[in-house]
Ligand binder design. Structure first.
Ligand code: ATP
Length: 236
């Protein structure tokens, strides 16, 4: 069953149109990638879904039209946005950041279990639980950003450039954990990634955006095999 559906989504920053009709769908428990060059509109697509930029077209989540909802309303539907740049709160501790992620929940026991789950998924965070987020390494901050998303108990996670600025081995660790999360939780994922090789380790299908439109859509295996994808995003 389809969980998220975008049809002909448009968005602008002032007079500049950056999304010019984006169409994609994420099945329940599925993982879908959004690939493309700098400025193609990948981040803006996630922002259109989470309500942080105004969008045209159709955005339907779990059968409900969510276009035009405020970000907090979108979050309450079960969508967690893990933004580019991580968005962790530097003055708060790791534990406090996790609690911020759980702010809409009341199930004390479930919250405690999910904190444990995050610390099991990312053992680095267990050692840093009382540290301020600002004291974490880039990789640890990314782990915290994903964990904060987990704490909201979402049905869909929007992941923006989880590998950005990380050493290759750290990026791989983060993706290994996200893959495990996907299998164990069944959370559906919409994944923006510049590093297509890394994205293909997680997603089943992907769409390539070019100047705010879908240029190509296919399975990871199909896209990996295409010369033009290799040249543009996989370095030869
Ligand atoms: P990147 O990897 O660079 O983030 P992207 O594919 O995610 O690329 P977007 O961030 O969605 O691209 O940006 C699409 C276009 O919109 C770019 O030309 C960018 O310069 C422009 N843009 C992004 N944010 C804003 C903003 N807040 N105000 C004005 N223009 C913006």
């Amino acid at each position: 069953m389809t969980l998220l559906e975008l049809e002909d989504v448009t968005a602008s920053y002032g007079p500049v149109q950056v999304l010019d009709g984006v169409t994609l769908s994420v099945p329940e428990n599925g993982a879908v990638g959004i690939l493309g060059a700098n400025g193609a509109g990948k981040t803006t697509t996630l922002r259109a879904i989470s309500g942080t930029v105004r969008a045209g077209g159709r955005i339907v989540f779990d059968g409900k039209d969510i276009r035009g909802m405020r970000p907090d309303q979108v979050a309450a539907q079960g969508i967690a946005h893990v933004p580019e740049g991580r968005g962790t709160l530097g003055d708060l501790t790791v534990r406090e950041n996790l609690m911020v992620g759980a702010y809409l929940r009341k199930d004390r026991k479930g919250i405690d279990e999910d904190v444990d789950y995050c610390l099991d998924l990312f053992p680095n965070l267990r050692e840093r639980i009382t540290s301020n987020a600002s004291a974490l390494s880039g990789g640890e901050q990314q782990m915290l950003a994903v964990s904060r998303g987990i704490m909201s108990k979402p049905r869909l996670m929007l992941l923006d450039e989880a590998s950005l600025g990380l050493a290759p081995s750290t990026a791989k660790n983060v993706y290994d954990a996200i893959r495990r999360l996907r299998v164990e939780s069944g959370i559906a994922m919409l994944v923006v990634e510049q590093n297509a090789n890394l994205a293909f380790t997680l997603v089943d299908t992907a769409t390539v955006l070019e100047t705010g439109r879908n240029a190509l859509t296919g399975s990871s295996a199909e896209l990996k095999g295409m010369d033009e994808i290799r040249r543009a995003y996989l370095g030869g």
